[in-house]
Design a protein around this ligand. Structure first.
Ligand code: ADP
Ligand code: MG
Length: 506
């Protein structure tokens, strides 16, 4: 399998830029006793409220299982929408031909093409590009956003080389990964319920996003058929399952977060008697046959979460107050912002960074999760990188070693809470399926496919998440449960689902 170079964007400061900067910010002498005295109670209180000992994790896992059941029982039965994805057959490996994928996440959109060679050759070739989404498009119109996406897709299609070939008499087909809550109406249609992750594009909520995409394709004269609409968790599960049939759950931890899993149709009471999948009514005979991937939309989960004053303030000032509380506690868009709010309170109460108030400390989202990640990796004696981030992003003119250590400690507290809660959520899904079909999850090899920039790039996050899963499952069961990163599973998965739902498949 070969892979062409990607156009990478965004991300944190490179090693080279660190070297160039050298030690630009001198370490100030230590924190004063008075400064420490003012900070200590805030830090202590934060740590207490963010603590996630086993009973808290267990409560979250159990609540996740219970909310899943309630969401499967009736529409609106819980915070978890438990949306059917209409993926009733996962890719088998037999898929053949050229397929495209388009992935609209929260920060980037990616385009990908793949030449599939069937069981033997599998993925013959693949290429992808990634483009960051300009901030103004997040608040623009539906047409502007979709035109931008289709423009990127069209440029990518133009660059298709002779390594890729379309079967005669067919046209290009694409799987559309759209990582926002959608009420799926078939494998290739779905209505946007609401924007999340800071998006506020006008005119899309309540519309079929495939229609929006098709309209933009027509406007730009690009002839390509949208064969599958999925979210990123579902496409990750499909992509990972292509290589490993033991993959039963997929979790995304990027700008936002979501999870999905393979469910048997008989465990979906709200579906009984309705028309399902490829036009078949669910009846006794079908029960044994059908599975679907259920999209939890777990960002909306909230049962048993203990929010701090910082979470509550961030939530109330967000564009979707009261919503997506799990997402706001565990995902990449928000972790840096929570830390900024803690620091702001500390600076107001003490001389953490000297006498002046850092100019950017009041700017929402000035501290990002990649910044936290870089600060947590700093093992140098003087914590130089922490000092540089504080000066570059928040405008802290100079910071003492003590203050830098406190900042690292806060990052760790917020990241540890988020990742452990994410781990508890995963166990909630696994135990729900295990309770329904004893031995199907815990007594044989089960894989949870993970993807998303936060999980991929933040080592402490990964470590704490796995630790929480192991704590909850215990030693024996943990031997059977594998939490595995599936790089690019989402893009390939969407293309595979386009192939599995191709108009040209006999
Ligand atoms: P999307 O969520 O837009 O589909 P990604 O899965 O690539 O995109 O996730 C991007 C998010 O991942 C960023 O918004 C950020 O929160 C997080 N992230 C990216 N790089 C890092 C990093 N080095 N450390 C921690 N988090 C990161
Ligand atoms: Mg994504």
């Amino acid at each position: 399998m070969s892979r062409a170079t990607a156009v990478a964007v965004g991300g944190s400061l490179s090693a080279a830029s660190w070297r160039r900067r050298e030690l630009a910010v001198p370490v100030r002498c230590s924190l004063s006793a008075a400064g420490l005295e003012a900070i200590a109670p805030i830090l202590r209180d934060l740590k207490m409220k963010c603590d996630t000992p086993l009973p808290v994790l267990r409560h979250v896992a159990d609540s996740m299982s219970a909310d899943m059941r309630a969401g499967l029982a009736t529409n609106g039965g819980s915070d978890l929408k438990m949306i059917l994805s209409y993926v009733d057959s996962l890719p088998t490996g037999n898929e053949l031909g050229l397929f495209y994928a388009l992935d609209l996440g929260g920060t980037n959109f990616r385009v990908l093409r793949v030449q599939l060679g069937g069981k033997e050759k599998r993925i013959i070739d693949t290429e992808f590009e990634q483009v960051s989404i300009p901030q103004e498009l997040m608040y623009g119109t539906t047409e502007e956003l979709f035109d931008f996406i289709v423009y990127g897709l069209a440029r990518f299609v133009e660059k298709e080389s002779t390594k890729f070939h379309l079967a005669e008499g067919t046209k290009r087909e694409i799987g559309f990964t759209f990582s926002f809550p959608v009420k799926q109406t078939s494998i290739d249609s779905g209505i946007l319920i609401k924007w999340t992750k800071g998006f506020a594009v006008s005119g899309t909520a309540g519309r079929d996003v495939v229609v929006c995409l098709n309209e933009a394709l027509v406007r730009q004269g690009l002839d390509i058929r949208v064969s599958a609409l999925v979210n990123d968790a579902v496409s990750t599960l499909a992509g990972a399952h292509y290589w490993d049939e033991d993959v039963k759950v997929a979790v995304i931890l990027g700008t936002g977060t979501n999870a999905c899993y393979v469910e048997s149709v008989e465990a979906i009471p709200k579906l009984q008697g309705s028309v399902y999948g490829s036009g078949k009514t669910v009846c006794e005979a079908d029960l044994l046959v059908f599975h679907d991937i259920i999209n939890l939309e777990w960002g909306a989960f909230s049962t048993g979460l203990h929010l701090t004053e910082f979470d509550r303030e961030m939530d109330s000032e967000s564009i979707n107050p009261g919503e997506q509380l799990f997402e706001k506690t565990i995902s990449g868009m928000y972790l840096g912002e929570i830390v900024r709010r803690v620091l702001k309170k500390m600076v107001k109460a003490s001389t953490l960074f000297g006498d002046s108030f850092p100019e950017n400390l009041s700017v929402p989202f000035s501290l990002s999760t990649p910044h936290l990640c870089t600060m947590q990796q700093d093992g140098s004696g003087d914590l130089d990188k922490v000092g540089l981030i504080l000066s570059d992003t928040l405008g802290v003119k100079n910071s003492s070693l003590g203050a830098r250590k406190i900042v690292q400690d806060i990052c760790d507290t917020i990241v540890k809470r988020g990742s452990r809660l994410a781990g508890a959520g995963i166990v909630g899904i696994l135990q729900k399926v295990e309770q329904d079909s004893r031995g199907q999850i815990f007594q044989k090899r089960t894989v949870v496919a993970m993807d998303g920039g936060l999980y991929e790039h933040y080592p402490q996050y990964r470590h704490y998440l796995k630790e929480a899963v192991a704590e909850l499952l215990g030693v024996e069961v943990s031997k059977n449960v594998f939490i595995e990163h599936t790089k690019d599973g989402s893009g390939i998965g969407a293309a595979l689902l386009a192939a599995a739902n191709s108009k040209y498949v006999a």
